[in-house]
Design a protein around this ligand. Structure first.
Ligand code: ADP
Ligand code: GN1
Ligand code: MG
Length: 368
């Protein structure tokens, strides 16, 4: 836990003056350490988001920041042209007093951006209207970035959604058994390996030219989307660190994985874990309302499957991290990653049962 004094020191290096009033820690992300800090600047309250970038996960923070700055500039122009408010609809980063995008203090790599006030995120929802708005939010994001020059993007995490490589990493972790946990996870390992044939489906579609490479977010979980306190509509896609060339199926599938679930991502009682078809339909409606014209036939026909693929991949990643000693995802207790992996695999089973219905829902929405 960083001290208030440390956070204030970082703020000064980014040119923030004024009197610090309070700060709070955000705990909903699994990767970065995130703090809200409030200053009084000439009588007005100013709120900033201070983050230290997880450099175990992101090895090249400067490249990451170049991606993020360039994409947010691009979005700002489009949002303005559409009559929107760029200060609420995309992120606004500060530079250090000597013009750097992030600050290395010997221990951490820090960045600061403006806090978007009167907004909130969800970790779990029941209300289909909210998830429809989430679909429209991420669909709009994809549409706005459709003509972003993809060749300008650095790959901030190589092979991020290469599911076959994720599975190979799991097998390697199981064979190495570095922290002696393999005996606890034989059933989960067997579950993952039994679905090996699914792992390469999306990449094969890309190789066959059936789905295009797009500018994608790659981490479209519901808590990476801000909602407006008043309107309850989605306003801003956040957590832009994994913007890279990718497949629309990654973003659609991951949004369903996290947002259409019926229990928290780390719910240990698996009887509660399933996928809501109402939520699935709502997200699909919102998403397609923004970008259906741009999608290829293969993208559309694999939307439902992508939810299974991304849930499976995420389960594989949690399990791998558990076997490796939890160096990647933040955990609250020793079995946290195992509980998360079991939860994801239960969700995979539920999606497998409901896949024909999910496919029918996509077809119904496409035809209306
Ligand atoms: P992580 O990579 O750890 O998921 P995020 O960038 O998603 O980090 O930030 C963590 C949380 O902080 C978000 O889920 C959201 O609740 C909050 N947050 C991030 N950026 C903003 C912002 N600009 N305005 C308001 N809240 C934000
Ligand atoms: C991480 O950073 P956050 O919490 O939004 C992870 C995603 C996983 C997700 C699982 C950079 O997302 O890939 O799907 O946890 N982000 C990174 O909840 O690895
Ligand atoms: Mg996040």
């Amino acid at each position: 836990m960083e001290s208030f004094k440390k956070i204030i020191d970082v703020c000064r290096r980014f040119g923030i003056a004024g009197d610090p009033i309070r700060y709070k820690t955000f705990t909903d992300g699994h990767i970065n350490a995130t703090f809200l800090i409030v200053f009084s600047e000439q009588g007005t309250l100013k709120k900033y988001l201070v983050q230290n970038i997880n450099t175990v996960v992101f090895r090249q923070p400067e490249q990451l920041m170049e991606n993020v700055i360039s994409v947010t500039h691009f979005l700002r122009k489009k949002i303005r042209a559409a009559g929107g408010d760029p200060e609420r609809e995309t992120l606004h980063f500060l530079k250090t007093t000597d013009g750097q995008l992030c600050l290395h203090d010997g221990e951490h790599c820090w960045r600061i951006y403006r806090f978007i006030d009167d907004s909130f995120t969800y970790d779990l929802i029941e209300d289909a209207a909210i998830f429809r708005s989430a679909g429209a939010g991420f669909g709009r994001f994809q549409r706005l970035l459709a003509d972003y020059p993809i060749e300008n993007l650095y790959e901030t995490i190589p092979d991020f959604h290469d599911t076959p490589k994720r599975l190979a990493a799991l097998e390697a972790a199981a064979n190495a058994d570095a922290v002696g946990r393999r005996h606890e996870v034989e059933a989960e390992l067997a579950f993952a390996l039994a679905r090996k044939a699914d792992a390469g489906v999306a990449l094969q579609l890309l190789q066959d030219g059936k789905v295009p490479l797009r500018v994608t977010h790659n981490d479209t979980k519901l808590n990476n989307l801000l909602f407006d306190n008043e309107t309850k509509e989605s306003i801003c896609v956040i957590d832009l660190d994994t913007i890279m060339p990718g497949l629309s199926l990654y973003d659609f599938g991951d949004a369903i994985r996290f947002g259409a679930k019926t229990a928290f991502e780390d719910e240990p009682d698996l009887s509660k874990v399933s996928i809501s078809l109402d939520l699935f339909a709502a997200y699909t409606e919102g998403y397609l309302s923004q970008c259906r014209d741009a999608l290829t036939e293969s993208e559309i026909s694999h939307l439902a499957f992508s939810a299974k693929l991304m849930t499976y991949e995420c389960g594989v990643r949690f399990l791998t991290d558990y076997l490796c000693g939890d160096g990647y995802f933040k955990i609250d207790y020793p079995e946290h990653n195992l509980i998360r992996a079991r939860n994801q695999f239960k969700m995979v089973e539920e999606i497998e049962k409901k896949l024909p219905e999910m496919e029918a829902i996509v077809q119904r929405i496409i035809k209306t």
